[in-house]
Write a protein of this length. Structure first.
Length: 554
């Protein structure tokens, strides 16, 4: 064929491909309009995850770090997750395994996760183990790890290198962002209509350790320069609403609006941490932006938390921690929210620290001890949590498994919970626990609707070792002027009115269940179970739902 004919043939072929691609793009856009990509939406003061047009309460569990690296290993795990009453699984995606050679991608493990989740009616939250996992760069590909000239490491003050990719390297960030974009593009191609994957975590527990900041030449150069105007503009604009801990640091240094990092924030490891947080957040924002350009799923960053009196570097300095929330918000607008990995006993304290300043609560990791199910009721009821996720869920032993019955109750309640999120008609209760594990079983008073509820807590059995007994906890939902649905374990609740001179009486208490969102009553509990109309009691050691109707009298 003459050369001109070849060119003509190629032109026609390219036109056909272009038309076909355009048709696919139009079909994809049309599908997204009918069934939009999972996204976040406000309802009152709450933030909800919307999937296929409906809010999703994530009753989740997170896999151990290595479980998702083998689909053969995962095969017996899937049925176990269903038995635990999960509706969502958090699973890692490993940079070194999906890009074993530069720009050569293998998504077989991702496809296996999506296929397995679909076949077991589970949603997925994928965790991007890219540049950092628990501060370290253990999941960076070998071709990144072994080329220190091109992909520089963070350095200690003495100049020695660390097993941490430097957040001050554009090359590091660009390589991570390209891989993450390829991952998100692939997810859209294989799951853009089914929405098995509903959310993505960017990196994992980033931060500097054992020193507060990187001391490489590039980091030192930037540390000596003025604080970026972008951050100063944010601080000035939001001065009155900054997180109190951060506001206090800036105030102590004189509320300066320009200068070097030490001039604006003072000298010390705290300023090293603020400086590092800005650059970690900018790095991760670039990674998130590259992924969102391909498929704009909700994205979040998670944090390893701080032991009392620990200084930056003793914990992962500069991570998405509550006292640095404003720095992360200013530097990383492509990350939707920050999330705590709560392994310390003072669960309620960390929930309060993260659920403020407009940051919604989601708990991607928590411990699996016997007290944890009560914490789920508390976080979801009190803080409108989008989800709750014990770590290493596949290794949960039957002897410590109170999660399955707790999740079964929360599954029944999910439509009612989602309907009431953000409306000040719902709360959660659990005993306060200090960092040292000391449990405060003191009664708690709750004002909800037209009544004041006094909640007392009880353990599973009298005399049982408190370290092994279940921590009580529950959720309380006001479903009408004199109606409440109360669920959980180990609660004794009494009621008083807000009206002077009036007494609250119990009209009826029913034990029951929700089936397809409809209340199906069971036993009538007006006698001994309610102490002859004196209280509502959810016995310790089991999880249940009760519906109570009240009335007033003088």
């Amino acid at each position: 064929m003459p050369k001109s004919g070849c060119l003509k043939s190629r032109t026609i072929t390219l036109c056909v491909i272009s038309v076909f691609a355009a048709v696919l793009a139009i079909q994809s856009e049309a599908a997204e309009k009918v069934n939009p990509v999972p996204h976040l939406r406000k309802q009152g003061s709450a933030t909800q995850l919307i999937v296929d047009g409906e809010p999703l309460l994530m009753l989740a569990g997170e896999l151990g770090n290595s479980s998702a690296s083998s689909m053969d290993y995962m095969e017996p795990i899937w049925p176990r997750l269903v038995e635990l009453n999960l509706n969502t699984l958090l699973a890692p995606v490993y940079w070194d395994l999906i890009e074993p050679e530069e720009e050569t991608f293998d998504f077989a493990l991702v496809d296996g996760l999506i296929t397995g989740a679909r076949s077991h009616n589970l949603r997925l939250v994928l965790l991007w183990f890219g540049s950092w996992k628990n501060s370290m760069s253990c999941y960076a590909p070998v071709w990144v790890k072994t080329d220190l000239q091109r992909f520089p490491r963070a350095q200690k003050r003495n100049g020695s290198g660390m097993e941490i990719l430097s957040a001050f390297s554009d090359t590091n960030c660009d390589a991570d962002a390209r891989a993450f974009a390829a991952l998100m593009r692939h997810i859209r191609e294989v799951d853009g209509r089914d929405h098995t994957v509903v959310m993505v975590q960017v990196e994992n527990e980033p931060g500097m350790i054992p020193q507060a900041r990187d001391h490489s030449a590039r980091a030192n150069e930037l540390f000596s320069k003025p604080v970026p105007q972008e951050l100063m503009d944010y601080l000035e604009k939001n001065k009155q609403t900054l997180i109190p801990e951060f506001h206090a640091v800036w105030e102590k240094a004189g509320f300066k609006t320009s200068g070097t990092w030490e001039e604006v924030f003072g000298k010390g490891s705290g300023t090293d941490e603020i400086f590092t947080a800005w650059h970690y957040a900018k790095y991760m924002n670039k990674v998130a932006a590259a992924g969102r350009a391909e498929y704009p799923l909700p994205m979040f960053a998670n944090a390893a938390l701080i032991r009392p009196n620990y200084k930056p570097g003793q914990y992962p300095s500069a991570g998405p921690l509550p006292h640095l929330m404003d720095v992360w918000r200013a530097a990383a607008p492509k990350i939707d929210f920050l999330a705590p990995d709560i392994y310390f006993p003072n669960f309620t304290e960390w929930c309060r620290k993260y659920h403020r300043s407009g940051n919604p609560l989601f708990i991607p990791e928590t411990g699996r001890g016997s007290q944890r199910p009560g914490n789920a009721f508390y976080a979801i009821g009190r803080h409108d949590a989008m989800g709750f996720s014990p770590f290493s869920i596949e290794t949960l032993e039957d002897a410590e498994n109170e999660l399955a019955p707790a999740y079964e109750i929360l599954t029944q309640l999910a439509p009612l919970i989602l309907e009431n999120q953000g409306k000040a008609t719902m709360t959660g209760v659990v005993p306060e626990v200090a960092f040292d594990g000391t449990v405060d079983d003191a009664m708690q008073k709750v004002e909800l609707g037209d009544y004041v509820l006094t909640v007392n807590f009880e353990r599973r059995t009298a005399g049982e070792d408190s370290a092994s007994s279940s921590l009580p906890g529950g959720i309380i939902i006001s479903t009408g002027p004199d109606d409440y649905v109360i669920a959980g374990t180990g609660l004794v609740v009494t009621f008083a009115t807000n009206s002077p001179g009036e007494i609250a009486g119990i009209a009826s208490i029913q034990q029951g269940q929700y089936i397809d969102g409809r209340w199906v009553p069971g036993r009538w509990l007006n006698g001994d179970q309610s102490h002859q109309g004196r209280h509502l009691r959810l016995p310790a050691g089991s999880f249940e739902i009760q519906h109570i109707k009240l009335y007033h009298y003088r």
